[in-house]
Design a protein around this ligand. Structure first.
Ligand code: KG4
Ligand code: ZN
Length: 340
C-alpha cells in the first residue's frame, strides 16, 4: 500500500509517503519551535494556526519529494488523537477532504501506535511478536506489550509528568531554552552523572508505574540549596538524566521477570536521548533481547510513523471520511478489541 501520512497532533506539521508500512519515500516535518520558544512551551492556538498555514504545502511537498501524485495513493492515514484538539482537527479535516476527493480509504491512527511502529520504518527490523515498547515522549511515558498490531497492553505508565515533560521542566530550571530535552542532553555530555544522587521513584508493589515529578522537585530544591548554587549545571543535567534512565531501565528489568519478548523498541521524542539509547541497547545485550532504536527523524513526531501504523492495522482503523472526528483523548486500546 502506498499511503500519505498526516500528523498534526501537537506542534509539528508533518506529512510523509510510505510504501507497505516501512519504505519511506518522503518525510516532511516543519517544526514550529521558533513560534513557541518565547512562551516557554507550546501555545495551542498558535500551533493550530501554524498547521493551517503550513499543511497544504507540506502535503504537496511530501508528494513531490516521493515523485508521486494523489492519484497513485492507496489511502490517507491521519492522526485522529490523542493530542491538542485545535491541532488535530486541522490534519483530520485535510485528510477527510483528500480521501473524499480521491475516493480512497481513510485510516484514523492513534498517535502513540504511530510511535510504536516507527521502529520498523526503512526496514530497520521486522516486527516479531510479542515485542515490548518503551514509549517516552513529551506527552506520554508507558511500557507496552505488543502482541499484534491490534493487541497491545499497557504494562505501566507515568502517574504524573511524562519523561519528556520532566526533561523540559528540568531544563527550564537550568535556564535552558525551550524545548529543553535536547539541550539538557547536550549539556549532560559535559557533566558527571554521579555528581548528585537524585531520588529514583520505585513503583508500588504489583505495578510498573513511573513517576517523574518527585525527581523534578528534588532538582529544584537542590538548585536552591547552597550546594546547588555552586554546582556545575552540566553535573546537575547529567545526574538528573542518569536518574531518569535508571528508572526506565529498572522498569524494563522488572517487566522481563514477568514476560518474555522477542524484541524491544524504544520510541517517542525522548528516545532521541543519547544516554537512554546507550542504556537501552546495553540492557538488551545483557538480557539477550534484540533492541530497535529508530533514527532521530522517526523518534520525534513525524508522519511516516502514522502511515506505518495504518498499514499494519489496516481495516481495523479504516474510517469514514464523512464522519471521522478528532479525539484529543483517544484511548490507547481499541474498544472493539478489548471489548470495553
Ligand atoms: O514524541 P515527541 O516529539 O512529541 C510528543 O508526542 O510529545 O516528544 C517530544 C519530547 C519533548 O519533551 C522533548 O524535550 C523530548 O521529547 N526530547 C528529548 C530529546 N529530544 C527530544 N528529551 C531528552 N533528550 C533528548 N535528546
Ligand atoms: Zn509524539
Amino acid at each position: 500500500m502506498l499511503l500519505l501520512g498526516i500528523e498534526t497532533s501537537c506542534d509539528d506539521t508533518a506529512t510523509a509517503i510510505v510504501r507497505d508500512g516501512t519504505n519511506v519515500l518522503s518525510n516532511v516535518s516543519t517544526n514550529q519551535d521558533e513560534f513557541h520558544a518565547r512562551y516557554g512551551g507550546i501555545v495551542p492556538e498558535i500551533a493550530s494556526r501554524r498547521h493551517t498555514a503550513l499543511l497544504s504545502a507540506a502535503i504537496e511537498d511530501a508528494l513531490d519529494r516521493a515523485n508521486t501524485s494523489l492519484e497513485d495513493l492507496d489511502g490517507i492515514a491521519v492522526t485522529s488523537g490523542p493530542g491538542l484538539i485545535g491541532s488535530l482537527v486541522v490534519g483530520v479535516a485535510a485528510a477527510k477532504a483528500l480521501a473524499f476527493g480521491i475516493e480512497k480509504p481513510l485510516y484514523a491512527v492513534n498517535h502513540l501506535h504511530g510511535h510504536i511502529f516507527a521502529a520498523f520504518l526503512d526496514d530497520a527490523e521486522t516486527p516479531r511478536y510479542p515485542f515490548l515498547a518503551l514509549l517516552v515522549s513529551g506527552g506520554h511515558s508507558q511500557l507496552v506489550a505488543v502482541e499484534s498490531p491490534l493487541e497491545m497492553r499497557i504494562l505501566g505508565k507515568t502517574r504524573d509528568d511524562a519523561a519528556g515533560e520532566a526533561f523540559d521542566k528540568t531544563a527550564r530550571l537550568l535556564g535552558l531554552p525551550y524545548p529543553g530535552g535536547p539541550q539538557l542532553d547536550a549539556l549532560a555530555r559535559e557533566g558527571d552523572p554521579n555528581a548528585i544522587r537524585f531520588p529514583r521513584h520505585r513503583p508500588d508493589p504489583g505495578t510498573l508505574d513511573l513517576s517523574f515529578s518527585g525527581l523534578k522537585t528534588s532538582v529544584r530544591y537542590f538548585l536552591e540549596s547552597d550546594r546547588g548554587k555552586n554546582a556545575r549545571p552540566a553535573d546537575v543535567a547529567a545526574s538528573f538524566q542518569a536518574a531518569v534512565v535508571d528508572m526506565l531501565i529498572d522498569r524494563l528489568n522488572r517487566v522481563i521477570t514477568q514476560e518474555r519478548f522477542e524484541l524491544a523498541v524504544l520510541s517517542g521524542g525522548v528516545a532521541a536521548n543519547s544516554a537512554l539509547q546507550r542504556a537501552f541497547r546495553a540492557w538488551g545485550e545483557r538480557n539477550g533481547i534484540p533492541t530497535v532504536v529508530p533514527p532521530l527523524r522517526y523518534c520525534t513526531d513525524n508522519a511516516a510513523m502514522i502511515a506505518a501504523a495504518a498499514d499494519r492495522q489496516g481495516e481495523a482503523v479504516r474510517s469514514d471520511p464523512e464522519t471521522l472526528s478528532a479525539n484529543p483523548n483517544l484511548p490507547f486500546i481499541f474498544p472493539q478489541i478489548s471489548g470495553e
